[in-house]
Design a protein around this ligand. Sequence first.
Ligand code: B3K
Ligand code: ZN
Length: 847
Amino acid sequence: MRDATPGQDQSVHLKDYAPVPVTVTHVDLHFRLDPLATRVQARLTCERRGPGAMVLNGEDLETVSLAIDGTPLGADAYTLDGDTLTLHETPDAFLLETEVTIAPETNKALSGLYMSNGMYCTQCEAEGFRRITWMLDRPDVMATYDVEIDADLPVLLSNGDEVGQGRWHDPWPKPTYLFALVAGNLVATSDSFTTMEGREVALNIWVRPGDEGRTAYAMDSLKRSMAWDERVYGRAYDLSVFNIVAVDDFNMGAMENKGLNIFNSRYVLASPETATDADYANIERIVAHEYFHNWTGNRITCRDWFQLCLKEGLTVFRDQQFSQDERGAAVQRIGDVMALRARQFREDAGPLAHPVRPESFVEINNFYTSTIYEKGAEVIGMLRTFVGAEGYDAGVALYFQRHDGDAATIEDWLRCFEEATGRDLSQFKLWYSQAGTPRVKVEEHWDGSTYRIELAQHVPDTPGQTDRAPMVIPLAFGLLDASGAEIRATEVHALTKVTDSLSFDLPARPVLSILRGFSAPVILGFEQSDADRLTLLAHDTDPFARWEAGRALAKDRLMRALTQDAPFDDAWLDAVATLATDDTAAPAFRALALALPSEEDLAGSLHVAGVVPDPDRIYAMRRSAQLAIAERLSPAMSDLRAACTTPGPYDPCAEDAGKRALSGRLLGLRTLIDGGEAARAAYAAADNMTDRMAAFACLLEANDDEIAAAFEADWKHDRLVMDKWFTAQVIHAAPRDAVAVAERLVRHPDFDASNPNRFRAVVGALAAGNPAGFHNPSGAGYAFLARHLLALDPVNPQTAARLSQAFDTWRRYDADRQALIETELKRMAGTEGLSRDLDEMVGRMLP
Ligand code: B3K
Ligand code: ZN
């Protein structure tokens, strides 16, 4: 239980937003760095904007002095109360000078100024700046900054342009959350970029000495991102330097601090020997995402944290567009939809469901969710579909022009589209306030000459929300004839009412291809015939719909196997084999088509169908389906695998990565038949980490007793590779062994709970990567997770709270499992001194 005044509501509400009475327009900071006693002197240029006292935020600060316009503050001029400093009476314009000391070395929460491997670094979003000095720590207070860093270290970085050794000036007004400082013994890979405005920008990627050979791909991604944002959105970079720093201890992926992005080292460092194709793709995507924030987030920021999707949803949408352009639209879109369904649909279906723009929170760090990010991106995509590509471009252009330099709201954003296109977006706006994944029911009717589609929408109840209004649901669809030829190209029907229908006069009953490109984040209730799905799988011109048809067939088989013990039929296995061997289809697409719905997906679908999921049975049934596919493909296997070889040295390009993805998938199937023989050969022959990891995973699945030790001996020295080693052993353990494997790994000398990557590599892997292992009927998986979350919480509450989300599906399971999970949730809730972060998460998950 958190120490809080009993009965006091700790929530912050959107409806309570009020601007500050006194603002800060310029911040002048002087740092004298020291691990245990860093001195921070701040000079804040303050201006009155309305009536009321100035209330500054501060956390874990040792206050040394306070003065206004050079005069020290008398004891009655201010109140220091916990985490706030209230100045009772202030002039209309004044200079507030403060001096505090902080201890970066002991800051293991990794928020504010902290140390990682001897390097000083910062993380201020969302509310970390208050752990550095007294300030109005909220996004609608935007100031210019001058920073001076005093330390005996070779590299001293902050935001903006360098104006002297360790001295930085940031001319662009920014909120506190974009502040950054880095100091340490670092080396840079440098390059440059000339903007479309002719500005020469120095680009540096700073890493620890020894890592400089692994920065090339991040640099290449950065330059392509800069060119793309100019070409597609007309946005150019606006400072003389852009710095990226790689840090080993980091709570999330990366951070878009103005001119000084700080990255988790796993999303910067890559070499063919140490990084997989997925790592390369993530580096490209995250470098782009943080760079794109320079306009969508930094130049135009959020008025308050309730508007978080304004920058995150839009920036995810932009990075998805970029990845589609760089890597191929079809495969990228399918991957993005798979991730949305796995994380966001799950979130929307459980106790943590919340709208894209939440109305209240206790700890904002708990709201950096898949709903804000990925559903937020889908909402932008729907907006673009709804107003058309030209309307979207016009709305975005107006947004940049009108709001540059502002802390904006969703209302500001939507108004730009209404004005630019003349469309009324009031119903569309419900996507920001109504939580839950809408269901769209589709029924077809054919009377011999008219084909009619009946549509009905419904938004299920979510915590605190019932009886929702109908939403605007853009449904992209096309029609095929029975031979698979397209008879109507894609058009978009906006479903705006609860029910609606569409009719077409046609000579024969068509095949409907609906929700093309996944045009809306909804769950379709459409009992389409096998014959129609097979036609779509073979012929649909929309690659997403084609993949989806295969997915629906596979899911249907697995669901029937799980609920009725139905065998896997030849028609389905033949269709899978036909697609797998279709060399006119891209290997990456075929790899995706061979992937069965995940255990988690099946558990969620069973729950929706009113069946209690049994994780062990799901695991076993998926394995039998894989075995059936493996047997069906067996005669073609050697030829198929041979066709996946990539010529020449490793190249992370999408085309080669697609071949490796298919090759890895085939090796997994092969291993089910040969017990690991092919995988052993593949492991020995691998000359890159993608192939090596694929073979390693197969060998773990095949219970090879020696492979983990062999891998460790080769890679012990490499932290990022060892993270993979930890994770793979947990997720590829047999369900009954998974907890024991995780228990063994947390006792490994290289396990370090205070490093978030390593903590996630073991504890997160069990909670999210081995469902049947986590849901072990003994409850050992639940106890393991709760124990580690409770141990981490006092040290790093953000990461502990984030991983607690693994419990959010607990209501799906049988009474015994529910009781076991409830015990753990209650144990956590009842723990003295629980962080605000974990307390809020556990409280939302308990009834
Ligand atoms: N804006 C950061 C996320 C900050 C998370 C704070 N708990 C990274 C990003 O979305 O680009
Ligand atoms: Zn972001």
